[in-house]
Design a protein around this ligand. Structure first.
Ligand code: MTE
Ligand code: MO
Length: 391
């Protein structure tokens, strides 16, 4: 009965898990739009959708500092956010740390629950107010934060873990939160509409360029303090261990850094794995996305049809003109790949692989094995899918 207040969801979403709800958009639809429609934006919940989230008229968020810091404490309604602070709209791609976990599962069993395919990533236009402005409202700017040693911002959600009696919570550095170029906002609109229940109604944090889990939904409190959240989501879960760690009992989370800014990623969404090449087909249209963390723009995407021996540059069709150093959204790309005649033989097999480069010329690791971790986090190796000719 914990899950009795779950919202209605479109049957189009590909469900990874019902309780808590996790689902990814159908890949064809995801790829057909630069901005993902609200109804099919991937959903990653750790807990039941909170029933006590109030409405956009009654909900309040608290912005405060640890008592030692002697900052003001502000209680703000959504109307206060709209009245007292400048509104900003940002196009942001959110990606779950579990995106492409299925590729990690293919190397070795992982403990992360949902075997996400390459669709736990989506892009939306988020409207809200800058956390930098909220901090200034309680007397905190970057200099003051440094003097006070207020290194962390902790965001608390309204969703609740019945057994451990904890609200969902995650932290980011105050440096990122207050950076003019960090673009961290408290959002009250998604693609021009109120946030849907699954995406944090009525307000959520948006931390562009960082792993999705820092963008805390159903936001009830922002706290500045010297230490980060002691929640398991901050201290344990989102810390990739080296491949030598096979099970949770062997892990030493305190020796592993938490995921914050994510590395460069790309994936092929069209064709889908296992697609059949028709006998008269001489080429195949390959399409996908590429994205990099921390505001890095995608500058090139290459595709290979021979396991990475040779590569051809794809055409970036959307997402090329984003603000410098603040390219928070993905790029979409496509390429027509010729099919060599020997691959057209009955039962002939071919693979398609992509990799992207960002504007710091970071690229993706070749194999999944070299970055495998027992939780199946942060899979950004070359993305390969098999296709074959008719049998
Ligand atoms: N915030 C709260 N309060 N509870 C959650 O379970 N999940 C996080 C993050 N914020 C979560 C949360 C994770 S892991 C991800 S990837 C993103 O929300 C997903 O956001 P979305 O469901 O809007 O796509
Ligand atoms: Mo996530």
């Amino acid at each position: 009965h914990e899950y009795k207040d779950e919202p209605q969801r479109t049957p189009d979403i590909v469900v990874q898990c019902y309780k808590p709800f996790n689902g990814e958009p159908p890949h064809g639809v995801l790829l057909s739009r630069f901005i993902t429609p609200n109804e099919i934006h991937y959903v990653r919940n750790h807990l039941p959708v909170p029933a006590n989230a109030g409405t956009i008229n009654t909900h309040k968020i608290v912005v405060e500092g640890d008592p030692d810091l002697k900052l003001f404490c502000a209680e703000l309604t959504v109307q206060d956010l709209k009245d007292k602070f400048e509104a900003v709209t940002l196009t942001v791609t959110l990606q779950c740390a579990g995106n492409r976990r299925n590729d990690m599962c293919a190397v070795e069993t992982v403990s992360g629950r949902a075997p996400w395919n390459a669709g736990s990533i989506s892009t939306a236009e988020w409207t809200g107010v800058r956390v930098r402005d909220l901090a200034r409202h309680i007397g905190l700017d970057p200099d003051r934060a440094r003097q006070l040693g207020a290194k962390w911002l902790t965001a608390t959600g309204l969703d609740w873990h019945r057994v451990t009696q904890q609200h969902f919570e995650a932290s980011i550095s105050t440096q990122k939160a207050l950076d003019v170029k960090g673009d961290v906002i408290v959002a009250y609109a998604m693609n021009g509409k109120e946030l849907p229940p699954d995406h944090g109604y009525p307000v959520r944090l948006i931390v562009p360029g960082y792993v999705g889990t820092r963008s805390v939904k159903w936001l009830q409190r922002i706290l500045f303090s010297a230490t980060d959240s002691q929640s398991p989501w901050q201290q344990i879960d989102y810390r990739p261990a080296p491949p030598s760690v096979k099970v949770h009992e062997q892990a030493k989370p305190q020796e592993c850094a938490p995921l914050m800014a994510l590395p460069v990623q790309s994936a092929i969404l069209m064709p889908t794995a296992g697609s059949i090449i028709a006998p008269d087909q001489t080429s195949i249209k390959v399409k996908g996305y590429a994205w990099s963390g921390d505001g890095h723009a995608i500058v090139r995407v290459d595709v290979s049809s021979d396991e990475g021996q040779s590569w051809t540059q794809a055409k970036i069709t959307e997402g090329r003109s984003q603000p410098e150093g603040r390219a928070w959204a993905w790029a979409l790309w496509e390429l027509s790949v010729p099919i060599p005649s020997e691959k057209k033989a009955v039962g002939g097999k071919m693979t398609l692989t992509c990799k992207a480069f960002d504007d710091a010329w970071n690229t993706q690791p070749r194999t999944t094995a070299e970055i495998w971790n027992y939780r199946g986090l942060n899979c950004n190796s070359w993305h390969t899918i098999p296709v074959c000719s008719q049998v």
